[in-house]
Design a protein around this ligand. Structure first.
Ligand SMILES: Cc1cc2nc3c(=O)[nH]c(=O)nc-3n(C[C@H](O)[C@H](O)[C@H](O)COP(=O)(O)O)c2cc1C
Length: 175
């Protein structure tokens, strides 16, 4: 068995660093999505996230957690609405581009196929599912903002292979 070279599980609450939390949390695999909205010129904005969570079924509420310094989050809050496009295992390149701070929103969307949803938020083509939400609540939490969204519309494919984020790498599920 491989030796675990990071014995950090005993760190007490006041000594836990962000990097330690990132390392521990990275063992929890997640899907990958693009959270999107529009700027004040109605142009698409968005970035890659793994912090997508279904919170309540009735009413249908989801959450995403966005860093306070992301450019996407201020547009999203100003617009009061957002989209989620869940990526398939063939969309790792899109996840990388939408996570790159050096690539602006115009360039990000110029490189993908997308269409406006019913609410006008941009949704990527060829994802596994997409959701359109209005902002239900914004909860400042440390260096992030927890955004709760009331789901207004959604699309889900029957089956598909998801893009998976695990220990800092993007891959697919082995079945
Ligand atoms: C797989 C993956 C998951 C990510 N998940 C999140 C997330 O949940 N929340 C977040 O704020 N940033 C997340 N990021 C980082 C953002 O995508 C990145 O900071 C991006 O540049 C933000 O763009 P913006 O500042 O233009 O909004 C993730 C990046 C990757 C590669």
């Amino acid at each position: 068995m491989r030796d675990l070279d990071m014995t950090i599980l005993d760190a007490s609450a006041d000594s836990v660093t962000g990097n330690q939390l990132r390392a521990a949390a990275s063992h929890f695999p997640t899907g990958v999505a693009i959270v999107s909205s529009v700027d004040n010129n109605n142009e698409p904005v968005g970035c890659t996230i793994s912090s997508f969570l279904s919170v309540s079924l009735e009413p249908p509420i989801v959450a995403v957690s966005l860093g306070q310094t992301t450019s996407t989050v201020s547009h999203l809050i100003a617009a009061g609405k957002f989209g989620i496009s869940v990526l398939s295992s063939s969309q790792g390149g899109i996840a990388a581009v939408f996570a790159d701070r050096e690539v602006d929103h115009y360039e990000r969307f110029a490189g993908v196929r997308w269409r406006p949803g019913r609410s006008g938020v941009p949704l990527l083509d060829n994802g596994l599912s997409s959701l359109e939400c209005v902002v239900h609540d914004v909860i400042p939490t440390g260096d992030h903002l927890l955004i709760l969204g009331h789901v207004q519309a959604l699309f889900a494919s029957g089956w598909g292979s998801p893009l998976v984020h695990h220990q800092g790498t993007l891959g697919s599920l082995k079945r």
